[in-house]
Ligand binder design. Structure first.
Ligand SMILES: Nc1nc2c(ncn2[C@@H]2O[C@H](COP(=O)(O)OP(=O)(O)O)[C@@H](O)[C@H]2O)c(=O)[nH]1
Ligand SMILES: [Mg+2]
Length: 302
C-alpha cells in the first residue's frame, strides 16, 4: 500500500469555522473555538488519518483587514500557512455569502493559488436553504476556478467525511509526517495557554479578549503523575485586570476551573493550574509575546 501525507491549509474570514472543522476532522479538540472573531492567533496543526493518508490540517487565523501589529502578524501567518500547503480549502459562511472580505481573499488567492489545488467549502449549511447554497456555489465558482466544491457543516459534521476522503486522495504520495497516534503539533504549554484564553474569551465582553494574551510560564511534572502549570494573563489596563479577576475573584476562579477541567481531559491526568494577571500596557508591541504565540513579530511591521 502506498501512503500519502501532506498539509491542508484552512483559510477564510474570521468565524468561518476553520477551527471547528479542524477539530471535527481530527476528532478531538486541538484548536480553540468561540463565537468571537479572531480567536485563533497562530497556525495550529491538527493531524487526521484517512485510510493510508495522513492529513495535516493547518488551522489559520482569519483573513481580514489588519489594523494592529498583532492583526498583521496573524494575517501573515494565515497566508504563510496557505503558501506552504499542498491543498488549500477556502471556507465561506453560507449565510453571509460573498462579503467584501471574501472578495479580498479571492484576490489574494489569484497570487498564491497558481499551481495549487484550491477547494471551496461552503460551511454552516445548517443555517440556509438549499436554493441559497446552489446560487452561492455557482457565484463563487464563477469568480474563482476551484478544483472542487463541498457543502458542509463543520459543527454538525455534514459533508465532512466526503471532504476528508477527497483530501486523502489528493495528497502527494509519501511517508507519514507524524507518529500514528499524534493529533496535534503544538507544544503542550501552548495548548494549555490556548485553553485558558478560550475560557477567558467566552466570559469576557466586547474588546477585552483582543487585548489580552495568555502564556504558560512554568510546567512542573510531579512525582504523583500530575503537573503544576503556572500561567500569566497579560492585559493592557488596570481596569481590565479587575474585570478578569471579577468580583471577589469569581471570574478568574471560574475560568481557572473550566480551563483546568479541559486540560485534564485533554491530557488524561491531574493538573494544578495557577493563573495570575499582569498589567502590561504595551504587550502588543513586545517581541517575546509574539514568539510565545507562535507568530513572527516582524510580520507585524508596516
Ligand atoms: N451553525 C453553525 N455554526 C458553526 C458551524 N461551524 C462553526 N460554527 C460556529 O461558528 C463560530 C466560529 O467558529 P470557529 O471555528 O471559531 O471559526 P474560525 O474563526 O474560522 O476558526 C463558532 O461559534 C462555531 O460554533 C456550522 O457548521 N454551523
Ligand atoms: Mg479559529
Amino acid at each position: 500500500m502506498t501512503t500519502r501525507a501532506g498539509f491542508v491549509a484552512l483559510i477564510g474570514e474570521p468565524n468561518a469555522g476553520k477551527s471547528t472543522l479542524t477539530n471535527q476532522m481530527v476528532g478531538a479538540k486541538v484548536s480553540i473555538v468561540t463565537h468571537k472573531v479572531q480567536t485563533t492567533r497562530a497556525r495550529i496543526r491538527g493531524v487526521a488519518l484517512q485510510g493510508e493518508s495522513q492529513i495535516v490540517f493547518v488551522d489559520t487565523p482569519g483573513l481580514f483587514r489588519p489594523r494592529r501589529r498583532l492583526d498583521r502578524a496573524m494575517v501573515a501567518a494565515a497566508w504563510g500557512g496557505a503558501a506552504d500547503a499542498d491543498i488549500i480549502v477556502l471556507m465561506i459562511e453560507a449565510h453571509r455569502g460573498v462579503t467584501k472580505g471574501v472578495e479580498a481573499i479571492l484576490e489574494g488567492l489569484e497570487e498564491i493559488g497558481k499551481g495549487r489545488k484550491i477547494a471551496l467549502a461552503i460551511n454552516k449549511i445548517d443555517r440556509v436553504k438549499s436554493e441559497v447554497l446552489l446560487a452561492l456555489s455557482k457565484d463563487l465558482n464563477e469568480r474563482y476556478d476551484f478544483v472542487e466544491t463541498f457543502m458542509i457543516s463543520a459543527e454538525k459534521g455534514h459533508g465532512c467525511a466526503h471532504l476528508k476522503e477527497w483530501i486523502a486522495g489528493e495528497l502527494p504520495e509519501g511517508p507519514w509526517l507524524y507518529p500514528e497516534d499524534q493529533i496535534a503539533d503544538l507544544p503542550m504549554r501552548m495548548i494549555a495557554a490556548e485553553i485558558t484564553r478560550e475560557k477567558l474569551t467566552l466570559r469576557l465582553h466586547q474588546e477585552l479578549p483582543y487585548q489580552m494574551t495568555v502564556e504558560t510560564e512554568q510546567w512542573e511534572e510531579r512525582k504523583d503523575g500530575s503537573a503544576r502549570v503556572d500561567q500569566m494573563i497579560y492585559v493592557m489596563r488596570d481596569g481590565h485586570k479587575g474585570i478578569v479577576l471579577g468580583n471577589k475573584g469569581e471570574t478568574i476562579k471560574a475560568v481557572s476551573k473550566a480551563a483546568r477541567e479541559e486540560l485534564e481531559e485533554f491530557m488524561g491526568r491531574r493538573i494544578h493550574l495557577f493563573l495570575q494577571v499582569k498589567v502590561r500596557p504595551n504587550w502588543l508591541e513586545e517581541k517575546e509575546r509574539y514568539s510565545e504565540m507562535g507568530l513572527d513579530f516582524r510580520d507585524g511591521n508596516t
